[in-house]
Design a protein around this ligand. Sequence first.
Ligand code: FE2
Length: 375
Amino acid sequence: MAELVSTGDRPITEEADFLQIKSIDHIHFWVGNALQSMYYWSKGFGFKVTAFSGLETGNRRFASYVLESGKIRFILSSAYGPSDEMSAHQLLHGDGVKVVALQVDDVEEAYAATMERGARSAWAPKEEADDSGVYRTSAIHTYGEVLHVFVDRSDYEGVFAPTYEPRNPGNPATDLVAVDHVVGNVELGKMDTWVKFYHSVMGFRQLLHFDDEDISTEYSALMSKVMQDGTGRVKFPINEPAEGKRKSQIEEYLDFYVTPGVQHIAMATGDILATVKKLQRNGIQFLRVPDTYYDILPDRIGPIDEPLDEIRKLGILADRDDEGYLLQIFSKPIQDRPTAFIEVIERHGSRGFGKGNFKALFEALEIEQDRRGNL
Ligand code: FE2
């Protein structure tokens, strides 16, 4: 275990729950072609398209789709013109997550509390109003170009926000119910800076710690720390690259995203077998670990409820800790650049992140990285 960092006022493993986050309100992807991304998320991942904003709704700046599955809400936007900041973002990063929005009771309080603790402002508290009420936000910067937007929708009854109009959500969902965690990749040597940010500015606590001995293969290594809010609902692991013989997966991400950013979003399901079956049928591609992984799996994790032959056939990974077990699977990158990807997770008591799978998984990742000429 590497040592824990301290931010002065309280131990790193203790939260100070001044933000009282109610939920992850939404995750906003800035993409090159929102229309086509909408098709990928709805036909591939089974999200319902619930709202749209664009030229037809009076939004002359960008096209934007709201997609939902369970409590998960993704926004996909792309600009109409070349001078918009979304277009500059696209040129630099390709598709990626711009906003991880947090629902709070009071956006002014959340803004004041984080600003006085050293946050960098993205925008001061503001109100947008239409016939459906008042939508309140404020926003601060986190790693890379990512923002945390605070959202108060208690006085807003519209579908998402002003300019958005409801769509007829015809698509069946795939049992993805909630965002389990959102992982950020930061630069070499900057993990503790961002751990301190979440601890002192956001009032989170450090949940677990892995060091590079936990997470390394012959070539590739990373270090990761998990930050969690007071309610335990919001979990943000933070990765930084560690020295390996060859280029690590985090470095590959940083090379292609150009700055730190969101590496993966884990979405929880109550039935991972059914969900993954549907996703694979829909053409979503997942990383595959070597088949030998499954030969030793029963000894490693003991009895689980799900049939092992199905787990094996679908390429699902399993891990166990003191509290229970979890099942998880990781997609290949969800855009052309080898940057963001998706995890699907089903928890049976375990609150971990699949530490026992890291080695097998990283070896699978490196096979892909090598194919791309990036190892
Ligand atoms: Fe994860």
